[in-house]
Design a protein. Structure first.
Length: 467
């Protein structure tokens, strides 16, 4: 290997946190390079967050068109989805995002190197360039932002069936006649509902006893009811025994369920059964970077790895798998490099699942509170009790809040309902400010909005004396 080119900052992977760090460091005058294998800007703008929400929005439009008569708009003839146009709309958005990213690289001065990097020594990469040839790069400071990929369960015949992951599902230009989804988590349910609304028959197979295993049973039950009402078939506690055929043609999935063994015949199969860190085969052992038992990079709360002057950002570091948390990882590293003392411990994580209606949560669920030995008061409010829904007919779902039993701190908030993410942001802000719940209960929130329901929700908090 030739003498490596020396950079002050060397970043492997151009995901959310990594690219922000690259632009920040380069603008401050530090010689910075980013090595990216394929996706300029990482998964979010190319194959994950934004593309999926783009197509989910197209599915919402299809759903509204199908139910337009309910609101007084009459459509003659059947509503039909042109998947090629859905895909093109998504591709146009991705192209715009890539152009913006390339402009940021240009204006910041960070060098974007397209190729596959592997560590050959501490803080030293050998990069096989996508256009041919190799480069050797070394960094004074190295940052790993390498992400995760979809897990393919070891089910006989599944890999041979060439199943869809979210990447391929977002590239379909024709409608599956029957989409079989393995996994009842956030990705699986978002895609299941979207394709059902586009016109596919959809079956979801979940191996566990409930959908969305991180959520409370009442939340999972409500989501299951909503999706079932749209015609999605959901098979719970289903062990997938084998798969035959090929996705896109014909597939046959044998499942063992509590009711017995059954065979599901479909046209396409989508795997949404978890994520695997992209840490294998890139020479991390040569770099002195240790992994945990699940293959994620071992870091401390400052996101420092076991190798000196090497940090990890985002999903590969075991951080919650959300773009906004990768952004927070960037801020932690940025501030600490400037002398700060920030860490990941006790940060308030919020997230949304973009079904319709969406699910949003911040802070503790009831189950998490119980497992942590935290006693809480619980308040609930059906979404139908919010006056805004009288105008929109978006009555499905509920709000739920957890409040400290001996004080008025808000410990957690969950909502299934229209604009859940926006309502959650109001509660998250109150939690960050340590506002007691009566401040939200008694706030003069604008009418008629969904957030106005927070007043009614927090009016349902049991008094401190109640147990």
């Amino acid at each position: 290997m030739s003498q490596p080119e020396q950079f002050e900052v060397l970043i492997l992977g151009s995901g959310q946190g990594g690219k922000l760090l690259a632009w920040q460091m380069a603008r401050s005058g530090r010689r910075t390079a980013v090595v990216e294998r394929r996706w300029i800007g990482g998964s979010c703008p190319n194959i994950a967050c934004l593309p999926s929400k783009n197509e989910i929005w197209s599915a919402k439009v299809a759903h509204l068109a199908q139910h337009a008569a309910q609101f007084g708009t009459m459509i003659t003839g059947p509503v039909r989805t042109d998947m090629a146009k859905v895909r093109q709309r998504k591709r146009d958005m991705v192209d715009r995002e890539i152009a913006l990213h390339l402009q940021n690289y240009k204006t910041s001065g960070a060098e974007l190197i397209m190729g596959t990097g592997r560590f050959v020594a501490p803080k030293t990469l050998e990069v096989h360039l996508n256009d041919g040839g190799t480069r050797a790069l070394a960094g004074d400071q190295v940052f790993l932002n390498i992400g995760t990929h979809a897990a393919i369960p070891s089910v006989p015949g599944l890999e041979a069936a060439r199943p869809l992951t979210h990447i391929e599902a977002l590239e379909l230009d024709c409608l599956p006649s029957h989409l079989v989804v393995l996994g009842g988590g956030y990705v699986g349910l978002e895609m299941a509902q979207a394709y059902r609304r586009f016109g596919s028959r959809v079956t979801v197979i979940e191996s566990g006893p409930q959908l969305m295993t991180r959520e409370d049973p009442d939340v999972a039950d409500e989501m299951q009811r909503l999706l079932s009402d749209e015609g999605i078939q959901i098979l719970m506690a289903g062990e997938t025994l084998d798969v035959h055929g090929r996705s896109g043609e014909e597939v046959s999935v044998t499942v063992r369920a509590p009711s017995g063994e059954k065979k599901i015949e479909g046209s396409d199969i989508l795997v949404a059964a978890g994520r695997v860190p992209n840490t294998a085969g890139i020479g991390l052992e040569e770099a002195g970077v240790a992994l945990d038992g699940h293959g994620y990079i071992r870091v401390n709360e400052r996101l420092e790895t076991t190798a000196p002057n090497v940090w990890a950002i985002g999903e590969c570091a075991g951080s919650p798998q959300f773009t906004h948390i990768s952004v927070d990882d960037f801020r932690i590293i940025r501030d600490n490099l400037a002398g700060g003392k920030r860490g990941t411990r006790d940060r308030l994580v919020a997230y949304c699942m973009f079904t319709d209606p969406p699910l949003a949560r911040v802070g503790l669920s009831e189950g998490e509170a119980q497992r942590q030995g935290v006693t809480a008061r619980v308040a609930k409010l059906p979404t139908s009790a919010v006056l805004r829904t009288e105008a929109t007919d978006e009555t499905q779902g509920f709000m739920k809040a957890l409040v400290g039993v001996s004080d008025d701190r808000i410990l957690g908030f969950t909502m299934i309902g229209a604009e859940a993410g926006e309502v959650m942001a109001a509660v998250q802000t109150a939690m960050l400010a340590d506002l007691p719940y009566p401040r939200l209960r008694d706030a003069a929130l604008a009418h008629p909005t969904m957030a106005e329901g927070l007043g009614s929700l927090f009016s349902n908090v049991p008094p401190r004396s109640a147990r």
